[in-house]
Design a protein around this ligand. Structure first.
Ligand SMILES: Cc1ncc(COP(=O)(O)O)c(C=O)c1O
Length: 398
């Protein structure tokens, strides 16, 4: 039977990884893959995580199943990290939650939960959105549409157009929002815009589905979820997918959480059984290891402090690379205004150059990025900023 299957086209980003690996140019720069990198181009294990792992090795005494919720201390820790310490929504038991295999697992289980609703929901995603949103949500069976979001002219958000679209939605619509550090554009909603979206959600009755994969990598752990918290405190229901891949550096441990906020504790109890049932039908239960590490970091004051300091340093590095690139490009008098890169948040930015220019950067200068011209800012280093600014200026101004 397998002769009836065709090979799928290669994933563009994976192709870029191979091409970069095989490129002999010592000045090559990888701005393609979306992982945090330090000045030397490594994706380090955070020291707080290393310490938590050593402690865990000494204390773990069984490898038996941990149950459908995952590591309970992890789930509680993530709830307060996102909703805030002492959040009344948490205290009132209005949240159903499970640990998931990464943020992807949370997005998928959340989507399958929504697809169990008889109302035939439509999920609205930003234009553009992270490339994996559509496969994760669509393969759960939900319909997908997009709302206007990124403004190519300013590098910011087309908020008026976005709001016009949201004003047409109702209770059978779900609106997927990036909690912070929008991937792929870096263009985030301001706090005032979160307030307006909250008012829209209250008026129209659509369900927010918030994806928080970069908490702490924008303006700080608290600041990055300020808009989300404002929304959560006012709407009765929402779905939240969180990831520990980036802010705890646990990419390969597949550590995330799905949280479903309901109107009351009775509904949360029912939804808890539903999300556990979705997980059971997919992968039974989440891998535990990453959950134990995050739990250990969040519960121990000194590890937590160490982790926060490290995370802050990562965010500061990305910000200074943003500043540096904008400054170097301005010094060269490049004809395109790149100052928007400074305003954007998190690891990604769209350069807004053509596919031909992206290819020229790769072919002539060994600078690798997605065809959309999305760059991973953390892939830059202070030592390559001049080289990248020279190459960009040459490609743009000839
Ligand atoms: C916007 C967004 N959501 C979710 C994820 C999920 O990541 P993971 O499944 O690795 O935790 C990512 C990872 O790149 C992302 O960029």
């Amino acid at each position: 039977m397998f002769d009836r299957f065709e090979a799928l086209p290669a994933d563009a980003l994976l192709g870029l990884i191979v091409a970069y690996r095989d490129d002999p140019n010592p000045q090559k720069v990888d701005l393609g893959v979306g992982v945090y990198r330090d000045e030397e181009g490594n994706t380090p294990i955070m020291s707080a995580i290393q310490k938590a792992a050593a402690k865990h090795l000494e204390t773990e005494d069984s490898k038996t199943y941990i149950g459908p919720v995952g590591v309970a201390g992890f789930v509680d820790g993530i709830k307060s990290l996102v909703f805030g310490n002492g959040s009344p929504i948490v205290a009132d038991n209005r949240i159903a939650a499970i640990q998931t295999p990464g943020g992807c697992g949370a997005l998928r289980v959340g989507s399958e939960l929504l697809n169990r609703d008889a109302q035939d929901l439509t999920v609205w995603v930003s234009d553009p959105t992270w490339a994996n949103h559509e496969p994760l949500i669509g393969s759960a069976g939900l319909k997908i549409q997009s709302y206007p979001y990124f403004d190519k002219a300013t590098g910011g958000v087309k908020f008026e157009q976005m709001d016009e679209q949201l004003a047409k939605l109702g209770p059978n619509d779900v609106v997927l929002l990036h909690g912070c550090c929008h991937n792929p554009t870096g263009a985030d909603l301001s706090f005032e815009q979160w307030q307006q979206i909250t008012a829209r959600a209250e008026k129209q009755g659509f369900i927010p589905f918030v994806d928080i994969a970069y908490q702490g990598l924008g303006d700080g752990l608290e600041e990055d979820v300020k808009g989300f918290r404002y929304l959560a405190e006012r709407v009765p229901e929402l779905v939240l997918a969180t990831s520990c891949s980036k802010n705890f550096g646990l990419y390969r441990e597949r550590t995330g959480g799905l949280m479903v906020q309901t109107a009351n504790a009775t509904q949360a109890t029912a939804i808890q059984t539903q999300i556990q049932d979705v997980a059971r039908a997919n992968y039974s239960m989440s891998p535990a290891y990453g959950g134990y590490l995050v739990e250990a970091v969040l519960q121990d004051d000194s590890l937590r402090q160490e982790w926060m300091t490290e995370l802050d340093a990562m965010a500061t590095r990305v910000k200074s690379l943003r500043e540096g690139l904008v400054e170097k490009l301005a010094q060269r008098g490049v004809s395109k205004d790149f100052s928007f890169i400074r305003e954007q948040k998190g690891m990604f930015s769209f350069l807004g150059i053509s596919k031909e220019q992206v290819h020229e950067l790769k072919d002539k200068y060994s600078i690798y990025m997605a065809d959309s011209s999305r760059i991973n800012v953390a892939g830059l280093s202070t030592s390559c900023l001049d080289y990248v600014a020279d190459a960009l200026t040459a490609v743009i101004d000839g």
